[in-house]
Design a protein around this ligand. Structure first.
Ligand SMILES: Cc1cc2nc3c(=O)[nH]c(=O)nc-3n(C[C@H](O)[C@H](O)[C@H](O)COP(=O)(O)O)c2cc1C
Length: 393
């Protein structure tokens, strides 16, 4: 339970959630951390806190450095409860602390915690606060990923505390990106982006415009490891994700009751591969929708298959579509497919949702009655190849 010094006098004092496997609808096989940062200067400052049940772990780390009652500024970059959950305890232990937050942050924290005695210091975007030898500069980044979101920058230290931006759900003994390596950190940053930040690409780009003008050598987010070596690699990748830029590859997502839809999926895979397109296959009974989002993040073509059940699509497919509709991936090519017995509404409904999302649909949806025969599968394979050629050309 040791604090970790990032820069002289600046410490990571967060909590490690080793057992977390589910985070508001998102599976987290590696667990996560809630990162809080303590800055020891003339004014002692804590930036963000941890989920309520890790409060004692955070306090234990803080107490190894200072007496928590000495905290002068409690900065809340983001209202969400995984970062604000220990605010009530800190504000109780540090009665003289001012709670520094954005105007939306103040509204959210008041509404959520209903504490009348908190001494707020509301900061505008661009406002600076001297804490002694260092300055805290606050930049609002609305909708990255809540209206209240704010980042804190310390120019004297070239340190950015961007809260959820650049986060990853990783519980580990390591605190820095280079200790885990690009493969793991990139994968978890991608999953995080795809499931949390994806709808807000335009806002991310605006935030990146501001952030990339700052002199930075360390980015310490509110989840996962701290970026110090891989910043030049992750920033362009964030730009790519924010711009919905994809690679010429395909993702096939499907469910099936009696295997016919899977046979169609396999024929589409063959056709796409004939055109030289790499294909990822995701069966909705064995892959969680939040894991599939990581594949979707950079796939140009998304093919979604369902049989018809009771005049509609399967509930697993419907849940997936509800999830991606909310996350709003753009600039994709879509194709619906499926199998039916008599009415055939399932694949048609999927095609309707794909169109509503604004994806390109150059080819008609595929719907095969009962089990596809060899000739039908050949036709599907040709459709897959045609789609593949559209992606690669
Ligand atoms: C419980 C149940 C309900 C079904 N309801 C419909 C329906 O409303 N309309 C329809 O066209 N087919 C319906 N079907 C038939 C399936 O869509 C058909 O068997 C299809 O080939 C199944 O595809 P799969 O092998 O990919 O599961 C239903 C099948 C089952 C088992």
């Amino acid at each position: 339970m040791k604090p970790v010094e990032l820069k002289p006098g600046i410490y990571w004092v967060g909590g490690i959630d080793w057992n977390l496997r589910y985070f508001h609808g998102y599976v987290t096989p590696r667990g996560t951390t809630y990162n809080a940062y303590l800055i020891v200067d003339e004014k002692i400052t804590l930036v963000d806190t941890v989920k309520h049940y890790l409060c004692d772990e955070m306090l234990d780390r803080i107490k190894q450095i200072i007496d928590p009652s000495k905290i002068d500024y409690m900065v809340s970059n983001h209202v969400e409860m995984d970062h604000s959950g220990s605010l009530p305890k800190i504000m109780e232990l540090a009665p003289n602390a001012q709670l520094v937050t954005s105007p939306q942050g103040q509204k959210g924290l008041k509404r959520y915690y209903k504490k009348d005695n908190w001494n707020f210091k509301v900061v505008n975007s661009g406002e600076e606060l001297s804490i002694g030898s260092r300055t805290l500069k606050f930049v609002h980044v609305p909708m990255v990923h809540w209206p209240d979101s704010m980042v804190t920058y310390i120019p004297e230290e070239k340190l950015l505390l961007p809260n959820d931006a650049f986060g990853q759900h990783i519980a580990s003994a390591e605190r820095f990106d280079d200790q885990l390596g690009w493969e793991i950190v990139h994968e978890e940053a991608a999953t995080y982006y795809a499931n949390i930040v994806l709808p807000y690409g335009d806002n991310v780009n605006k935030a990146l415009d501001v952030v990339t003008r700052l002199d930075i050598d360390m980015v310490a987010p509110s989840h996962g490891v701290i970026w110090r070596s891989l910043i030049p690699k992750i920033v362009p990748v964030y730009r790519k994700w924010a711009g919905n830029e994809t690679d010429p590859k395909a993702l096939i997502v499907y469910d099936t009751m009696w295997d016919s839809t899977r046979r169609v999926a396999l024929a589409l895979q063959d056709g796409l591969e004939d055109a030289g397109v790499p294909v990822t296959m995701r069966f909705l009974q064995t892959n969680h929708i939040s894991e599939i989002m990581t594949d979707l993040l950079t796939a140009r073509a998304i093919l979604i298959g369902t049989p018809t059940l009771n005049n509609g699509m399967l509930p697993t497919v419907s849940a997936f579509l509800t999830y991606i509709r909310g996350l709003r991936p753009k600039k994709r090519i879509g194709l619906a497919f499926g199998s039916y017995g008599w009415g055939g509404q399932g694949a048609k409904e999927v095609a309707g949702v794909i169109k509503d999302m604004g994806w390109e649909t150059p080819l008609d949806f595929i719907n095969i009655q009962y089990r596809p025969d060899g000739q039908e599968l050949q036709g599907v394979r040709e459709t897959g190849k045609k789609l593949g050629e559209m992606i690669t050309n």
